[in-house]
Structures are given as C-alpha cells and as structure tokens.
Design a protein around this ligand. Structure first.
Ligand code: CO8
Length: 254
C-alpha cells in the first residue's frame, strides 16, 4: 500500500483516504493505481458494500494530478493509458462508490470524483479543470465524463476557461447529490453506503451496470442491458425475498 493512501473498513463501508495534505492531496500515478487496486481487493469482500473516497484535511479532496510528476513525463509515457485506465477501473468496479469532497477537487481530483457513482461535498468545495492553463488537458476522463454528466456547454466553459465551479453550482447541476458541513461529510458518505447495504446486493451491481450503459452505449443497447439485467434478477433468491418482504410487511433480509 502506498503511504499516501489509507484504507479502512467502517461498518459496511470501505473508506479510502488520500493522505498528502501538504500537497493538497495531489494524485501521483501510484496513488491512483493504489486506489484502484483497493477497489479490487474489496470487490469480493462480503463485509464491504460500498467505497468512500475522501482527502485528508478540509482544504482539498485532491488538487489535481501531481504537477511535479507530470513535469517528468513526455509523449511516450503519456501514450500509455495509465491514469485513465485506473480511473476507468474505479468507475467500472461493481462496488458503489462515493466521493466525499471537502475543499478543492481540481484536474485529476475532479476526474477521480467523477469516476465515483455519487459525489457529496461541503458548501465551500470547489471543482475545476485548470489544465488548459498548464498547456495540457484533462486526460483521465474529465472531458468525456463532465460532458456526459453535466452537458457539453458546461464542460466547454470549465475546461476552456479554467473557471472554478462552486459546490452550489455543482449541486444545481446534479454533479453533487448532497451538501454537508466538513465535520459531518465523512459520516454522511458512510451513511449512504449503509443505506445501500440494506438493499439487494445483486440489484445494486446490475443497476450500476445498466446506468453506466447510458453513458457508454446507444439507447437501444442500454435498454437491452437493462432488460437482460432485470430478467436475470427475476431468477434470484434476492428478488423472492425482496418481494415477499414487501407483501409480508417486514424488512427484507438479503
Ligand atoms: N501538484 C503538486 N503539488 C501541488 C498541487 C498539484 N496539483 N496542488 C497544490 N500543490 C502543492 C503546492 O505546490 C504547495 O506546495 P508547497 O507548500 O511545497 O509550496 C501546496 O500544495 C499548497 O498549495 P498552494 O500553496 O498553491 O495553496 P493555495 O491555497 O495558495 O492554492 C490551489 C490552492 C489554487 C489549489 C493551488 O495549489 C493550485 O492551483 N494547485 C494546482 C491545481 C492544478 O492545476 N491542478 C491540475 C493539475 S494537472 C492534472 O490534474 C492533470 C490530470 C490529467 C492527468 C492524466 C494523465 C493521463
């Protein structure tokens, strides 16, 4: 495990903390790879129902890829998918993920938050893509995911001008689902995992896949994935228990 990343299980949540507060939790390649590997470690752990990613301290979730590391890279290394590959692994993990954003989520930090299924933040959080001011572009999914989640106009504005997006604006756009004061943020993210842990585990995995298809495929292909996922769930004990519990006026035991 990279020393700049800590992982612990709290209740039914896996909590990953990027721990480089002196560098505003800037993401080295190794940090992002370690986070992706931790998702893999937890994917078949029955005790972990979802993953929270957060940054140490209140100043930053992550202020981007580590610029000192980027300075050493040239074209050959950048043609390797590296950072984008691990961000995709996080996005495609069967485990639901929540980014708990306090402070700055910039560049690669914003991309890491966008790789998660749900984002929650503090009212003072700031999101942005400063890369064009560095002579580069968001390269770990940012140009594609911000366009899909908030629209091409929003992506053009923030990527081309570098303008920061307030937490309130991110909330209005639906990029952020909940706002909490910093002291309550981590617990709020863990509470979301606990909420999901009470729902059908296979249903969650297949719902996540079907929703992801909405940004990755055509409508026809996405509808087919939804149909087949639903059909598969109708053969599960999980479905039998969920429907029987409703009719029996009791809580399901998944
Ligand atoms: N990388 C390395 N160090 C950083 C970074 C970073 N991204 N951000 C902050 N730091 C360091 C600073 O150098 C400083 O270190 P020191 O104390 O040793 O001087 C420390 O963190 C504190 O930062 P500041 O003193 O600058 O704090 P301020 O409160 O004055 O400013 C800001 C906060 C506005 C967030 C400012 O730090 C800043 O602009 N940071 C850089 C933001 C940025 O440009 N991020 C994008 C980076 S590029 C990127 O993410 C590319 C992603 C795609 C790569 C994928 C490749 C495939």
């Amino acid at each position: 495990m990279n020393a700049a990343v800590t992982a612990e299980v709290v209740g039914r949540a896996g909590v990953i903390t990027v721990n480089r507060p002196d560098a505003l939790n800037a993401l080295t390649y190794d940090v992002v790879r370690t986070i992706a590997q931790q998702f893999d470690t937890w994917r078949d752990d029955q005790h972990v129902h979802g993953v929270v990613i957060t940054g140490a301290g209140d100043r930053a979730f992550a202020a981007g890829a580590d610029i000192t590391e980027l300075q050493r890279k040239r074209v050959p290394e950048m043609t390797d998918t590296g950072m984008q590959h691990w961000m995709t692994a996080i996005r495609e993990s069967p485990l639901p993920s929540i980014a708990a954003v306090s402070g700055f989520a910039l560049g690669g930090g914003f991309e890491l938050a966008l790789a998660c299924d749900i984002r929650i933040a503090t009212p003072a959080s700031k999101f942005g893509f400063p890369e064009t001011g560095l002579g580069i572009i968001p390269g770990a999914g940012g140009t594609q995911l911000l366009s899909r989640y908030a629209g091409v106009s929003v992506a053009n504005y923030h990527v081309l001008t570098g303008a920061l997006m307030s937490a309130e604006r991110a909330h209005q756009l639906g990029l952020v689902s909940e706002l909490h004061e910093p002291a309550a943020l981590r617990d709020a993210a863990i509470a979301l995992v606990e909420t999901m842990a009470g729902r059908g585990p296979l249903a969650l995995r297949l719902a996540k896949r079907a929703i992801r298809a909405s940004s990755d495929t055509s409508l026809a292909a996405g509808l087919e994935i939804e149909l087949l996922a639903q059909a598969a769930l109708f053969g599960t004990e999980e479905r039998d228990e969920g429907l029987a519990a409703f009719i029996g006026k009791r809580q399901p035991d998944f």
